[in-house]
Design a protein around this ligand. Structure first.
Ligand code: FAD
Length: 499
């Protein structure tokens, strides 16, 4: 009987890259020290492809699932280029790793540290399978040990306090170089069966692949290779970084914002590599408010990762971290299915909401401005359980990220710590951010002849205008589902009721 090979498993999660991957470099060191071979592993975890708790959505819809598959495929190809391979399995990581014990002698397991409660449960189960289990913090720009004035286990409840504190001594670790040759530390001469096959969308979610609508804002293919191309294109080729602050709120156009998020979420690109490129751009081209603002936004991402890990499962509760008292009245959240469908289908009668909802359904993408508008609309105007929206986003968004999604939703729903607790008026938002209706008309062709001054609120067209524009409200386009006051008359938050 041959002795099974000793291996160090590098278990990939949302860190699907070879560059700046500290778990990878630590696993390589460990495997050399323990004379074991490196076994990179990715598991498509069944639990990620079931249905959501409140709204029963498929947790990872076809577009998001495809982006993930592409990212894993690219990772395998990149490992092959440096003399290694990636084992790809489907099931539960703890079971797959347990079963591997009959084929290999596991000396240690390395992985990226995650923060969601589900992931932490999986960690506990995987830990039992090995004498050495190391989790490495990698998802953020700032390492928890470099936060200086901030306790990572107790970050301030307000972003600005966090940002001001970390900016007083801002230190970003340099990215770690990519390994160039892993052939010495790789398992060789094992058949394709050992390494496993890449699943299809159908294999994972039992649904057909969905073709992304040709009106998509950007051709987004998953994987580190595409991520690095996007960085080059956005920062260097198009020079768009230099005007980011002015353009970031435009809902249309490939370079209005960076579109880095899909790759950041799966870890196909490291935020530290981005930071290094931003600093190089500042030296070689220009440093301005836009370059600062890109880092500012990356700090939001960091903040939500730290804060989200501090608040734990409150992130998924309808009341979030909100304590109801005289100042904040407890809302009654609706879960009306037909209203929810109206929002999802983009049939609310508010064009800026509907255009954004059609975009996300057909492409897996929505701009930050759009997300704020539709989330505020669902939670504050339709007064629906905001978790239905968060779960729908989870299913659809190619950039779904647990803390960025759920914490942003909490903010919009007024159950986070946002002291302002704003409501986004969809009429004002459309007028401010899509003044000529270009974005709206792109996604709602039924409104293509509506005059510019009515595009934010087409129900205001006279009967004659409706006939002339072939858009009869109630027939060709829905009547508004809820009342929203004219922007300048937007009601302030109701004064608190005493209980
Ligand atoms: C309701 C709601 C849900 C959201 N869900 C997600 C999500 O699941 N995944 C996700 O990555 N972002 C989410 N965001 C944040 C934000 O909308 C996206 O990060 C951004 O639109 C991505 O586009 P971009 O890469 O072009 O961003 P840019 O404007 O170019 O910003 C650069 C990067 O900064 C980070 N960033 C920017 N804004 C935010 C923010 N508000 N919160 C956290 N990080 C931010 C992102 O990583 C982004 O890629 C959500 C926002 C809202 C309001």
């Amino acid at each position: 009987m041959t002795t099974p090979p000793s291996v160090t498993i590098l278990w990939f999660r949302n860190d699907l890259r070879i560059h700046d991957n500290e778990a990878l470099s630590r696993a390589i060191q460990f495997s050399e020290k323990n004379k074991s071979k490196l076994l990179p592993l990715y598991v498509f975890d069944d639990r990620q492809f079931t249905t959501s708790r409140v709204g029963n959505f498929i947790r990872s819809g076809p577009i998001r699932t495809k982006f993930l598959i592409e990212s894993v495929e690219d990772l395998r190809n990149n490992f092959k280029k440096i003399g290694s391979n990636l084992m790809i399995k489907q099931g539960r990581p703890e079971t797959i790793i347990g079963n591997l014990k009959s084929q290999v002698d596991i000396k240690g397991i390395f992985a990226q540290q995650e923060v969601g409660s589900e992931e932490l449960n999986v960690d506990r189960a995987v830990k039992k399978k090995t004498p050495h289990f190391e989790l490495v913090w990698m998802h953020t720009l700032l390492h928890p040990q470099d936060l200086h004035n901030v306790d990572p286990d107790n970050v301030p409840g307000i972003f600005t306090s966090f940002r001001r504190k970390v900016e007083t001594n801002f230190q970003v670790r340099p990215p770690i170089d990519s390994p160039t040759d892993l052939s010495n530390t790789s398992l060789q001469n094992l058949g394709e069966e050992f390494w496993g096959q890449l699943p299809s969308v159908q294999d994972l979610i039992h649904e057909e692949e969905q073709r992304v609508d040709t009106r998509k804002v950007l051709d987004c293919k998953g994987g580190e290779t595409e991520a690095l191309k996007r960085v080059d294109s956005y920062i260097w080729k198009s020079n768009a970084l230099g005007t980011y602050k002015e353009t970031r709120d435009i809902m249309i156009g490939e370079n209005s914002s960076s579109k880095f998020s899909p790759w950041l979420s799966l870890g196909c690109i490291s935020p530290r590599l981005l930071y290094k490129q931003i600093k190089e751009y500042e030296k070689k081209v220009k440093a301005n408010e836009s370059t600062y603002w890109m880092v500012f936004e990356l700090l939001w991402r960091d903040y939500f990762r730290f804060w989200g890990s501090n608040i734990g499962d409150n992130m998924f509760k309808v009341s979030g971290v909100r304590k109801y008292n005289n100042k904040y009245e407890k809302p009654t959240w609706s879960r009306n299915e037909s209203d929810l469908k109206t929002w999802i289908r983009g049939e609310t009668g508010y064009p800026v909401v509907d255009a954004n909802m059609r975009e996300i359904a057909l492409t897996g993408w929505m701009s930050n401005r759009g997300r704020q508008i539709v989330a505020s609309f669902l939670a504050k105007i339709m007064k629906m359980d905001w978790r239905l929206g968060a779960e729908y986003f989870e299913s659809q968004l190619i950039d779904y990220d647990v803390t960025s999604n759920w914490c942003n939703w909490m903010y919009q729903a007024g159950v986070g710590n946002d002291p302002r607790d704003r409501v986004f008026n969809p009429i004002k938002q459309a007028r401010d951010y899509d003044p000529h209706g270009e974005y709206i008309k792109k996604w709602l062709p039924e409104l293509k002849n509506v005059p510019e001054d009515c595009i934010a609120c087409p129900w205001k067209m006279s009967e004659q205008q409706q006939r002339a524009s072939h858009c009869v409200i109630g027939d060709d386009y829905p009547k508004p589902i809820a009342f929203v006051p004219e922007p300048n008359k937007m009601a302030k938050r109701k004064p608190p009721k005493s209980k």
